[in-house]
Design a protein around this ligand. Structure first.
Ligand SMILES: O=C(O)C1=C[C@@H](OP(=O)(O)O)[C@@H](O)[C@H](O)C1
Ligand SMILES: C=C(OP(=O)(O)O)C(=O)O
Length: 436
């Protein structure tokens, strides 16, 4: 396979310090997880679909490219409305997954439905992200997969144009995306799918809820009423008009800015019924000392002046760990973040990366088996390594609000999910400074 697309060039960045409360209304980009699911479901449906307000970022663009490589027409000409025209899925194809968990987990199952061989590879850091249980499940379902070592990239999936489906067992404790990947394609399996999880708890329950909800919206029959068991009926998926919500996880650092500075951040345009875990995030913000209110004008987060340290199981909201860890070093008491051992397999080993970088900033940090213990201490200026991880960059930016002299080795890694992060962040901080 040709070498994977280059990783965005590193861009060192000085995080702006806030000298008072932020007060901002932000128009944030679409949800990565919803855009990824809408693309897959549209590509597997019977007719044309549109995706309004999609996320324009590296992860979703790689997903669109991957579907194109498999024979699906995806027009991204109009930034506000992508058009997906499904076509017969076929190889040979080469797919660059970048560092996107959604691309490296969702597309191999789609490739199993294609006729021919598809080769997958990605950034060097993607080659160490877990994939083995999904590879094993695909093989159990009769799809030939060649993988590196224990089931890592690079991968070759040789589809026969169809998958029998039926019962399969998987250990999805390393990533909920293994289950979402199989569920999203399952209506196209001849016999549908009954998937059982066996192993330590599956993380990211809200993402599995989103998968089931979007499958149902596309016309699939899904039963997710029994813990650790999901059933999808075989059937035709309908093309439809998807409308993507703003990304709640992408919003998280901005919400954190309200907490750190005792300010206000508003996110207009939030739907009354959200596919994302707004209630869980509201409860988390409340425990951290702020308030999140959902009203007709959208979401408003107000900081209470002090960040409260917490003891919290973040397994459902694990992608928010870097943001919560950043708040924890600025909090009034120690925090314990639990239930997140699997984030060692995220964009980087986030447990080790956070422990190392927060310690360098002066915090007291212990990595535990399933998370982090964080003791706030006097912090100092430091250059934070971002490890190509967008959310490590977010964490450093949050701390930089309160600690002068925080520099990031690279802010360009935020292009994974929000290429405009540095501009939006500086705009939020500078507009508050200008008003003072
Ligand atoms: O399905 C999805 O869109 C996602 C599921 C979660 O993955 P894990 O279960 O691997 O944490 C989450 O962390 C990731 O950012 C997006
Ligand atoms: C874990 C994350 O991403 P991915 O979809 O690449 O797993 C994340 O965005 O925090």
């Amino acid at each position: 396979m040709s070498s994977p697309a280059p990783i965005p060039t590193a861009q060192p960045w000085a995080a702006p310090t806030a000298h008072g409360p932020v007060d901002a209304a932000l128009d944030l980009p679409g949800s990565k997880s919803m855009t990824a699911r809408a693309l897959i479901l549209s590509a597997l449906s019977g007719e044309q679909s549109t995706i309004a307000a999609p996320l324009l970022a590296r992860d979703t663009e790689l997903m669109a490219d991957g579907l194109r490589a498999l024979g699906c027409a995806v027009s991204t000409m109009d930034d506000q409305r992508w058009v997906v025209r499904p076509g017969p899925l076929h190889g040979p194809a080469k797919i660059d997954v970048g560092l996107a968990g959604t691309v490296m987990r969702f597309l191999p199952v789609v490739a199993g439905l294609a006729d021919g061989a598809t080769v997958f590879d990605g950034d060097p850091a993607a080659r160490v992200r877990p994939l083995g249980p999904l590879v094993a499940a695909l093989r159990d379902l009769g799809v030939p997969v060649e993988a590196h070592g224990v089931g890592r990239l690079p991968l070759t999936v040789t589809g026969a144009g169809r998958i029998d489906g039926g019962p399969v067992t998987i250990d999805a404790s390393a990533s909920s995306q293994f289950i979402s990947a199989l569920l999203l394609a399952a209506p196209r399996f001849d016999n549908g799918l009954v998937i059982r999880h066996e192993g330590p708890p599956v993380p990211s329950a809200p993402h599995l809820r989103m998968t089931a909800e979007m499958l149902r919206a596309a016309g699939a029959g899904v039963d997710d009423s029994v813990p650790d068991l999901w059933a999808v009926e075989p059937g035709r998926l309908s093309g439809r008009s998807w409308v993507i919500e703003p990304d709640l996880s992408g919003a998280a650092p901005f919400l954190a800015a309200a907490l750190v500075t005792g300010g206000v951040v508003r996110l207009p345009g939030w739907p009354p019924h959200s596919a994302q875990p707004v209630t869980e995030v509201r409860d988390l913000i409340a425990r951290l000392g702020g308030t999140l209110v959902v009203g007709p004008d959208g979401i408003t987060v107000t900081g209470g002046g002090t960040v409260t340290g917490i003891d919290v199981d973040l397994s459902g909201l694990s992608e928010l760990t870097p943001m919560v860890a950043a708040l924890a070093v600025l909090a009034d008491r120690p925090s314990q973040l639990r239930g997140i051992g699997h984030i060692r397999g995220h964009e980087t080993d986030r447990i080790s990366a956070l422990a190392r970088e927060l310690t360098a900033l002066g915090a007291g940090v212990d990595a535990t088996d399933d998370g982090l213990v964080i003791r706030p201490r006097r912090l100092r200026a430091s250059t934070v390594h971002t490890y190509d991880d967008h959310r490590m960059a977010h964490a450093a930016a949050i701390i930089g609000l309160a600690v002068p002299g925080v520099r990031l080795t690279d802010v360009a890694c935020t292009a994974k999910t929000m290429p405009q992060f540095a501009t939006l962040w500086s705009g939020m901080v500078n507009s508050a400074e200008d008003r003072r």
